[in-house]
Design a protein around this ligand. Sequence first.
Ligand code: ADP
Ligand code: ADP
Ligand code: ZN
Length: 228
Amino acid sequence: MDGASSPTAAPILILLGPPGAGKGTQARILQDKFGLVQLSTGDLLRAAVAAGSDAGKAAKAVMEAGGLVSDDIVIAILGDRLADADCAKGVILDGFPRTTVQAEALDDLLAEKGQKINAAISLEVDDAEMVTRISGRYTCGACGEGYHDSFKQPKAEGVCDNCGGTEMKRRADDNPETVAQRLEAYHAQTAPLITYYDGFGALQRVDAMGDIGKISSDLGAIVKVATA
Ligand code: ADP
Ligand code: ADP
Ligand code: ZN
């Protein structure tokens, strides 16, 4: 809130949760509220795919199939981004870590800088809600603001509330077949992180079935305490 005064005091927050839980939506709100930087490995990987880099080429088919990109690639991409100067003010990790190997690599990366996680917040939604959320998801192509066909429509149809952009995009992997794979990957590989962070006393659970504003105020309260 008051801006971290030294790099070691920079808050490090993790948002855990299945695809469609609202991680990106809430990370953007927290970014604005607390002056943190949102780091989404999904966004970083989509940028790598679009740029046609080696990492992007290796990630593309896996993402289209709804699997998890290899730990090596994701850890390298995240580590590079975390080293950027703007991240010194604190970060909110959205979609990383997704495996125990990634969680351990993150602990090591932070330890090198004398940092550690303030909180790992699990957004809890049931599987049916997650499918509904993903099937109606679209975003502004210009600024990345997220929308939903039923739950979060822009004030003027097709016009972004945030930037006025008119090019809305839907993700190729937000289709029913891929969603089933992504959900399976979440339960098999990512859900165990809830126990991992609970073991450190860093876990916070949030009921993410309610409306966006209620969830963001619950999250804000947790972040205030975790970064005090
Ligand atoms: P994630 O980053 O976890 O995959 P998103 O933040 O992209 O999830 O949210 C998925 C979709 O659900 C988006 O279309 C978003 O607008 C919508 N959404 C997010 N939070 C809620 C909520 N609490 N209630 C209803 N819809 C939501
Ligand atoms: P969602 O929150 O809807 O699952 P993301 O944008 O976080 O979407 O991720 C999209 C895809 O990018 C994932 O299905 C996966 O293939 C890949 N991905 C993103 N983050 C990671 C990660 N930390 N580890 C492995 N793969 C990842
Ligand atoms: Zn926009």
